[in-house]
Design a protein around this ligand. Structure first.
Ligand SMILES: NC(=O)c1ccc[n+]([C@@H]2O[C@H](COP(=O)([O-])OP(=O)(O)OC[C@H]3O[C@@H](n4cnc5c(N)ncnc54)[C@H](OP(=O)(O)O)[C@@H]3O)[C@@H](O)[C@H]2O)c1
Length: 289
């Protein structure tokens, strides 16, 4: 079965497609076509965020795709800076209006800390994240959102929610790719029935030229990108490859091969990537999330 038709089941019983189109850094003007092309190829899961500035185009692409809304899984993220009930509640209504959608399938807290504090401060905003969570839980009860989750949360951040809310995070979306596999966090999530989503599954492009990746990819006669995506899937994660290129979209969903246990071990032990090139300026690659 093609990966495009495969789902995991979230802890609330809702199905989530294993592969999503990532849309970070796709301009609002271009993203509707990217979304429509992906849906035409069979993608049924689209990942955006308030911070990406492309919610309007993503909503347009979904509405104009020709596929019924209830067949598409739409993920959005609450801006990392919003850490009080009212601003989060308002932002949800604004996102739905901007996207011209009646509901979101999944809404995620983008980061436990505002971006300017990531890698800079030890304040994990436990109270602020609970306030955000409360607003998101109420949006879920009101039918605006079907599932709620988090992103970039570590074990302590997750425990704060688990200890103080009846609603469990459905997902934690984290940086996870060959050369950066946070095994303890992945295990903590899996032990707590929280679905892990791997963002930057191709290392934001920075692992494509790594010798180990190229060597193993050649063995399976797949591209380095395909190897990266299959690796994350075999670790049980949702994958969110970003591209606006239909050829790449097609290739990224062509994952009908199996990486052997030995090769998975080799790939798990590839030296940790610390240089993401020009993307080093983004807080998510600063190493301390
Ligand atoms: N929650 C968070 O904090 C967070 C942070 C980062 C990312 N994300 C999510 O995760 C998604 C993916 O992460 P990402 O955008 O950082 O990077 P990524 O998907 O790991 O890598 C994207 C790069 O890989 C290239 N690529 C894609 N498919 C390819 C293929 N088949 N062959 C060769 N190159 C290929 C893309 O180039 P082309 O565009 O030219 O195809 C682009 O340069 C984001 O779009 C976003 O939805 C979330």
């Amino acid at each position: 079965m093609t990966i495009l038709a495969e789902n995991y089941q979230l802890n609330n019983g809702i199905a989530i497609p294993k592969i999503a189109l990532g849309t970070w850094l796709i301009d609002n003007d271009d993203v509707a076509d990217a979304v429509k092309n992906a849906i035409k190829l069979g993608y049924r899961h689209i990942d955006t965020a308030q911070a990406y500035g492309n919610e309007q185009g993503v909503g347009k692409g979904i509405r104009e795709s020709g596929v019924a809304r209830d067949q598409i899984f739409v993920t959005d993220k609450v801006a990392a800076e919003l850490k009080d009930y009212d601003s989060v509640a308002e932002s949800i209504d604004k996102s739905l209006a901007t996207m011209e959608l009646d509901y979101l399938d999944l809404l995620i807290i983008h980061s436990p800390q505002p971006w300017k504090e990531v890698n800079q401060s030890d304040d994990r905003y436990y109270q602020g994240n609970l306030a955000a969570w409360h607003a998101m839980s109420d949006a879920m009860k009101a039918g605006k959102v079907k599932s709620i989750g988090v992103s970039n949360f570590n074990q302590g951040d997750l425990q704060n929610i688990l200890d103080n809310s009846d609603v469990k995070p459905a997902v934690d979306q984290i940086l996870a790719h060959i050369a950066n596999t946070p095994k303890d966090l992945i295990k903590f999530c899996q032990d707590n029935d929280i679905q892990v989503e791997a963002y930057s599954p191709i290392g934001h492009g920075a692992v494509l030229d790594q010798a180990d990746v190229k060597k193993v990819a050649a063995k399976y006669r797949v591209s380095p990108a395909q190897l990266c995506l299959k690796y994350d899937l075999q670790l049980g994660m949702v994958i969110l490859p970003k591209t606006a290129n239909p050829e790449h979209m097609k290739q990224n969903a062509d994952l009908d091969f199996q990486i052997s246990d030995d090769d998975m071990k080799t790939l798990e032990n590839v030296k940790k990537l610390t240089d993401y090139g020009q993307a080093n300026m983004f807080p998510v690659y600063g190493g301390k999330l």
